[in-house]
Design a protein around this ligand. Structure first.
Ligand SMILES: NC(=O)NCCC(=O)O
Ligand SMILES: [Zn+2]
Ligand SMILES: [Zn+2]
Length: 484
């Protein structure tokens, strides 16, 4: 059965034009005027865009003594509801655990996904076994990204030595390292000091990890990647210091990507001063929300191209789970939701204000990350042959965000009460209509794992340049006799 999306305006990362889109077998098969098919979706007044790709989610994540509360069914349903048609989650080996064994655990969880998905593999420890398994993960499992935490000391954190070894392995394999860049040692010490002084509320979480702690680690990660000869992707870039580190590196030709979150772009640190403990604790995440100066830097980075991807780091915990940290902020599970709200919030605060063009919106929510992950134009494109992951975006539709109407499995929403204008009329996942106006028509298990091959054009070029500029031994005649 063929489907035609009619009377819409196609908006891609670089083009805006009126045309119909014809779909068959989960793929786009034709783009042009006056198309017809078995089923017609009316896109009058709407923009036909590549479905969003959220490269940073934590569904059913074992973390801080509990599990994040959205599973692959509810999380991907929330994603589709907000126009996102692919998520990339994280397989997290416990320190000492086989990477392949960890992947099996996540493979088992993801069978219930409503949309396509993939995994980053975390490197949470280092050994000859990890070195060898990374090749299997890349070659056999189709995962070309490896996550490194510089924070969460005693849990997920790796040190510089381990990171350097892993980054060098990424360079050999043509893989991309991702980094959570906060100085975990300093955070641990600051946290202990704050608790000892009786500063134990949710606000102290933000005090324990100021922007300088993130900026330093971002610089360090960039330096280590440069020495290792690989690109690097900095996740949840939340502040000016981190953005400036990325911008400076890119201006010097280094292959560095930055990922602000929709939460950091639109919510600020004043939330932590709320007199309601629950309100503040629900917003505890790492890095913490920052102030307006930092938000302005992130928005400027998206418009100027020094930051490339807007994600959510969707890692939702219920109020009851957040209350594990009553009396000790270090026990508040870190994380907030955002999967469903990312695109409507970014459209409202970006496109509707003129901070972003529609084409930039598509670039930072879909196309850029598809290219970085080496899945373009299968994903992130409105092109013949691409997967029919499409959002028919109605710029006039509006709603007030409320946890009462959300798909995510938690009892609050950090964007509660925010008015958004710009919502999906339809969201299609490989040609199947999953969202129609407000109706949820998702199909559990419809989602498929998306393989991602190594060696992007960027990593290949970087390796070539590093070979040419590698330090060369100087040949000398008449070496003096040893002084011994
Ligand atoms: N970000 C956060 O607070 N929780 C999720 C885990 C991580 O990304 O650091
Ligand atoms: Zn993180
Ligand atoms: Zn994360």
């Amino acid at each position: 059965m063929t489907t035609v999306i009619k009377n819409g305006t196609i908006v891609t990362a670089d083009l805006t034009y009126k045309a119909d889109v014809k779909i068959d077998g989960g793929k786009i098969i034709e783009i042009g005027p006056n198309l017809s098919g078995d089923e017609t979706l009316d896109a009058t007044g709407c923009y036909v865009m590549p479905g969003g790709i959220d490269p940073h989610t934590h569904l059913e994540m074992p973390f801080m003594g509990t599990y994040s509360s959205d599973d692959f069914e509810s999380g991907t349903r929330a994603a589709l509801s907000g126009g996102t048609t692919m998520v990339v989650d994280f397989a997290l080996p416990a320190p000492g655990q086989s990477l392949l064994e960890a992947l099996t655990m996540w493979d088992n969880k993801s069978t219930r996904a409503n949309c396509d998905y993939s995994f980053h593999m975390a490197v949470t420890w280092w050994s000859e076994q990890v070195f060898k398994e990374m090749e299997t993960i890349v070659r056999d499992k189709g995962i070309n990204t490896f996550k490194h935490f510089m924070a969460y000391k005693g849990a997920l954190m790796v040190d510089d030595d381990e990171m350097f070894a892993s980054f060098q392995r990424c360079a050999e394999l043509g893989a991309l390292p991702l980094v959570h860049a906060e100085n975990g040692d300093v955070v641990a010490s600051m946290s202990a000091k704050l608790l000892a002084e009786g500063n134990n509320g949710p606000e102290a979480h933000a005090y324990s990890r100021p922007a300088e702690v993130e900026g330093e680690a971002t610089n360090r990660a960039i330096m280590i990647a440069d020495m290792a000869g690989c690109p690097v992707y900095i996740v949840h870039t939340s502040c000016e210091q981190a953005h400036e580190a990325i911008r400076r590196a890119r201006a010097k030709g280094m292959r560095v990507y930055g990922e602000p979150l929709i939460q950091h772009l639109t919510l600020d640190e004043s939330e932590y001063s709320n007199p309601d403990w629950d309100h503040a604790a629900r917003r505890v995440m790492s890095p913490p929300f920052r102030n307006k100066q930092h938000q302005d830097s992130l928005w400027a980075g998206l418009a100027s191209g020094s930051l490339q991807v807007v994600a959510t780091d969707h890692c939702a915990f219920t109020t009851a789970q957040k209350r594990f940290g009553v009396g000790d902020f270090t026990k508040i599970p870190n994380g907030t939701g955002g999967l469903e709200d990312r695109m409507p919030m970014l459209w409202t605060h970006g496109v509707n204000t003129g901070r972003l063009t529609m084409n930039e919106f598509v670039a930072v929510t879909s196309t850029n990350i598809a290219k970085i992950l080496n899945i373009y134009p299968k994903k992130g494109a409105i092109l013949v042959g691409a997967d029919a992951d499409i959002v028919v975006w109605d710029p006039q539709r509006s709603k007030t965000i409320s946890f009462k109407a959300q798909q995510s499995a938690i009892d609050y929403n950090v964007f509660e009460g925010k008015e958004v204008t710009g919502l999906p009329r339809y969201t299609l996942t490989r040609g199947v209509v999953a969202i129609e106006e407000g109706a949820i028509k998702t199909r559990e298990g419809h989602g498929e794992f998306v393989r991602r091959e190594p060696v992007t054009a960027v990593s290949k070029a970087l390796s070539q340049w590093k070979d040419i500029t590698a330090p060369r031994k100087v040949t000398r005649s008449g070496i003096p006799a040893s002084g011994v």
